[in-house]
Design a binder for this molecule. Structure first.
Ligand code: NAD
Length: 250
């Protein structure tokens, strides 16, 4: 018996055209799951990688910051195999400008995707999972679920919210057979961090502070997401797992 086996399960992962979402979607497929890929731009490469493993990949193109579209997105996801066993709320954006100049539209855009869509999709998935008596929800948090960051007030507020929501939902649904946990990635090499990696001084300072001595990659999230999606974590509720090369330990 392999407690990490996801054969026969359907995972829904948001934000899968590249970056961490791509890595996690492929990781879940490697563990045996079929995957519904929800993304703003077509996740063709991710779908091809999943199909090459002999698993099914279903694509939904959607703007998850549009609250009015989320019910249709979830119903479409459900229609492929009639169930969703695992939801990974990964889609997220960041807008970097000093707080004094931070445009209200940037604040609203970030909160709409990073926080509102996480709650609304979790609510839709939660109702379905409560009916079935099982399910896993994994929310992608951040080091800025704990720290303040610089020039990213909306992002920091949204990621603190994600950590709080993970605990709030876990408290309500743990007794219904649903595990809700989070992953807080450290500094990872994706589009999300292009801007700070382009700043030589910041890149060097951040790298020097990471005990592992390197930035993370989408591959680094495969093991943690499979653990949180599988029966190996059936007694884990409301936990946010730091996958940060030791950043928070320092
Ligand atoms: P990324 O920019 O590479 O990926 C973001 C994904 O979200 C893409 O697939 C994109 O298509 C999708 N997306 C963007 N706007 C969308 C919308 N309106 N509707 C639907 N999908 C949308 O960035 P990433 O680093 O892979 O980020 C993934 C998650 O990880 C985010 O929640 C981010 O906040 C979080 N995170 C990243 C880091 C890091 O260092 N890269 C650290 C901590 C947390």
């Amino acid at each position: 018996m392999n407690p990490f086996d996801l054969s026969g399960q359907v995972a829904m992962v948001t934000g899968t055209s590249g970056g961490l979402g791509q890595g996690m979607a492929v990781g879940l497929a490697e563990a045996g799951a079929d995957v519904v890929l929800v993304s703003y731009s077509k996740p063709a490469e991710t779908a091809a990688a999943i199909e090459a493993l002999g698993r099914k990949a279903y694509i939904i193109e959607a703007d998850l910051s549009k609250e009015e579209e989320l019910t249709a997105v979830f119903e479409k996801a459900l229609s492929f195999q009639g169930k969703i066993d695992i939801l990974v709320n990964n889609a997220g954006i960041i807008r970097r400008t000093p707080a004094a100049d931070h445009a209200h539209q940037d604040w609203h855009d970030v909160i709409a995707l990073n926080l509102n869509s996480v709650f609304f999709l979790s609510q839709l998935a939660g109702r379905h999972m409560i009916e079935r008596g099982s399910g896993k929800i994994i929310n992608i948090a951040s080091m800025l679920s704990y720290q303040g960051g610089i020039n990213v007030p909306g992002y920091t507020a949204s990621k603190h919210g994600v950590a709080g929501l993970t605990k709030a939902l876990a408290n309500e649904w743990a007794g219904k057979g649903i595990q809700i946990n989070g992953i807080a990635p450290g500094y990872m090499e994706t589009d999300n961090t292009t801007q700070i990696r382009a700043d030589e001084n910041r890149y060097r300072d951040i790298t020097a502070r990471i005990p592992a001595g390197r930035w993370g990659t989408p591959e680094d999230l495969k093991g943690p997401v499979v653990f949180l999606a599988s029966s190996a974590s059936d007694y884990l509720n409301g936990h946010v797992l730091n996958v940060d090369g030791g950043w928070m330990a320092r």
